[in-house]
Design a protein around this ligand. Structure first.
Ligand SMILES: Nc1nc2c(c(=O)[nH]1)N[C@H]1C(S)=C(S)[C@@H](COP(=O)(O)OP(=O)(O)OC[C@H]3O[C@@H](n4cnc5c(N)ncnc54)[C@H](O)[C@@H]3O)O[C@H]1N2
Ligand code: MOO
Ligand SMILES: [Mg+2]
Length: 423
C-alpha cells in the first residue's frame, strides 16, 4: 500500500475516448463455439453458419386460387356472347397430385396450394365459372379469356436451389424461423451464448428480498445487468454480491474469470477508500485496457483482460452502470455471437429541448423518442445524473452530447443511439 494515497495508481488515470475504449475491447472478442438447438428454441439465437436453399421454392407449380386448372389457349375467344365449356375430368385438393393428363378442352378442379397439372398453364377462379352436371359428368363454362400464368406460382418464384437463405451471424426471429421451417431445418446450428457472470460489489448492498435498512440500498444493478445480458443474447449468471473487501473480491472475480466467458462487476471503480475494483484491476494477472473513459455517465468505467477473458468493471451508479454495459459489454457479447455489427444502431435526430449542461466529456444522455411531422425528435430525461435510476426505464435512446461549453439548443441535430427494447 502506498503511504501517500495520491501515489496509488487508481488516481493516475488517463481517459480514452468512448470509441477508443470500444476498439480496445474488440481484439479480445472471439466468436464462441456452436451448438444445435431445435427450431422451437432458436428464437433470439445467432446462426453459426450460412443456410442455403436445398430446393427451389415453391418446388412445384402451385395454384394461387380455388378454381379450375386449364390450358389458356383453350379459352381463346371466350366471352359473354360466346362462353366456352370445359369438361372437368379431375380434382386436385392441396397435398394431392393430378390423376390424369389434361386433354385440350378439359379442366381440373383445383384448390389453393395444390399442384397444377403439367398440361395446364393457368387457373381460373371459381367465381368466374358456372358448373353443370349431366349424366355423371361435370362441365364448367367460362365467359372470358384467361392468359397464361394466371393464378399459377411457378417453380422457384421465391428462391432457386442453392440460393443463400440466411447469412451466418443473423439473429433468428419470426422471419428467419419461417425460412428455416419452410426448408426443413428443424435443428439449427447456432452460436453458444456467452456465459456472463454478474457480480455487484459494495458493503451497502442488501439483497432485493431483504427489508430496507438505514444507510443501505438494495442491489438493483445486478438485476438490471442480468436483463441487459439477456437482451444482448448472453446467459446471465448472478453471483453473490461482494462486500468491499479487496482479498475477497480478488478471489471471487478471478474464480469467475476462470469459469465464465465474461465477468461484469459494478461498483468500487472510483477513487474512494473502499473502491476495491479500482485496486483489483491494477497489476497482478490482469491486463488493464482502460480505467477512465472521456464520457458521462461512467467516466470511471474500467475494462481488463485475464488470459483471454474480458472483465468489465462498471460504475456502481445505476445510470453509469446501465450506459457502460450498452456501450462496452453489449458489443462484446454480440461479437462473441458472431453478429456482423455488434454495436447499437444510431441515428440523427432533432433535440426536442435545450440541454444546458456543459461538459469536457461526451455525454450519453438517457432520452425518449418522438416521431412528429415526419421527423425524429429526442427528449433528454429530466433527471439524468449517474446516480439516478428512475429514468432508466423510460430511455429509448442515449442522446450523444459532444463536449460543449455552451450546451446544445433545441432544434439542433444530434446523434441518438437506439437502446434495445427487450422482448
Ligand atoms: N472523489 C471522487 N469521487 C467520485 C468520483 C471522482 O472522480 N472522484 N467519481 C464519481 C463518479 S462520476 C461515479 S460514476 C462514482 C463511481 O462510483 P463507483 O463505481 O466507485 O461505485 P460505488 O462507489 O461502489 O457506488 C456508487 C453509487 O452507486 C451505488 N451502487 C453501487 N452498487 C450498486 C448496486 N449494485 N445497485 C444499486 N446501486 C449501487 C452506491 O451505493 C453508490 O451510491 O463515483 C463518484 N465519486
Ligand atoms: O463516471 Mo460517473 O460520470 O457519473 O458515472
Ligand atoms: Mg465508489
Amino acid at each position: 500500500m502506498n503511504k501517500d494515497p495520491m501515489q496509488n495508481p487508481k488516481f493516475k488515470r488517463s481517459a480514452v475516448q468512448p470509441e477508443q475504449a470500444q476498439q480496445l475491447i474488440m481484439p479480445y472478442v472471439k466468436q464462441l463455439g456452436t451448438e444445435q438447438v431445435p427450431l422451437t428454441e432458436a428464437r433470439g439465437r445467432f446462426l453459426a453458419e450460412s443456410v442455403r436453399a436445398p430446393h427451389p421454392y415453391p418446388h412445384f407449380r402451385r395454384s394461387g386460387m380455388d378454381g379450375y386448372a386449364l390450358r389458356s389457349e383453350d379459352t381463346r375467344g371466350a366471352s359473354t356472347d360466346q362462353p366456352i365449356t370445359f369438361e372437368v375430368i379431375d380434382a386436385v385438393p392441396a397435398g394431392s397430385l393430378p390423376n390424369v393428363p389434361l386433354r385440350p378442352g378439359t379442366a381440373a378442379r383445383i384448390m389453393t396450394g395444390a399442384k397444377v397439372p403439367d398440361e395446364a398453364d393457368a387457373v381460373v377462379m371459381l367465381e368466374m365459372t358456372e358448373k353443370q352436371e349431366q349424366d355423371g359428368r361435370t362441365w364448367m363454362t367460362l365467359k372470358r379469356e384467361i392468359s397464361a400464368g394466371t393464378n399459377l406460382t411457378p417453380v422457384g418464384r421465391e428462391l432457386q436451389a442453392e440460393d443463400l437463405l440466411l447469412e451466418a451471424g443473423r439473429m433468428i426471429s419470426a422471419g428467419e424461423t419461417t425460412v428455416l421451417a419452410t426448408f426443413g431445418y428443424h435443428q439449427v446450428q447456432v452460436r453458444r451464448r456467452p456465459r456472463v457472470a454478474i457480480c455487484s460489489t459494495g458493503s451497502e448492498l442488501l439483497r432485493v428480498e431483504e427489508p430496507l435498512q438505514d444507510g443501505r440500498i438494495r442491489n438493483s444493478n445486478t438485476y438490471t445487468l442480468a436483463c441487459q445480458v439477456q437482451d444482448a443474447g448472453g446467459e446471465p449468471y448472478i453471483l453473490e454480491a461482494i462486500a468491499d473487501d479487496l482479498q475477497l473480491a480478488k478471489q471471487r472475480v478471478m474464480k469467475a474469470l476462470e469459469e465464465y466467458d465474461i465477468v461484469i462487476t459494478t461498483g468500487g471503480v472510483s477513487v474512494g477508500d473502499y473502491d476495491i475494483m479500482a485496486d483489483l484491476v491494477q497489476g497482478g494477472s490482469l491486463n488493464l485496457l482502460f480505467n477512465k473513459v472521456a464520457m458521462r455517465p461512467g467516466s470511471v468505467t474500467t475494462a481488463a483482460v485475464y488470459k483471454d477473458k474480458l472483465l468489465f468493471a462498471l460504475s456502481g451508479n445505476p445510470g453509469a452502470c446501465f450506459v457502460g454495459f450498452e456501450l462496452f459489454a453489449r458489443p462484446a457479447i454480440r461479437g462473441m455471437l458472431g453478429a456482423p455489427d455488434p454495436y447499437l444502431p444510431h441515428m440523427e435526430a432533432v433535440l426536442g429541448q435545450d440541454y444546458d449542461k456543459i461538459n469536457n466529456f461526451t455525454r450519453f444522455v438517457r432520452g425518449s423518442l418522438q416521431f412528429k411531422e415526419g421527423k425524429v425528435f429526442v427528449h433528454p430525461a429530466k433527471l439524468d445524473e449517474s446516480g439516478v435510476m428512475i429514468t432508466i426505464k423510460d430511455s429509448e435512446v442515449l442522446i450523444v452530447i459532444p463536449p460543449t461549453s455552451t450546451g446544445v439548443k433545441a432544434g439542433q441535430l444530434v446523434t441518438a443511439i437506439r437502446l434495445p427494447q427487450g422482448g
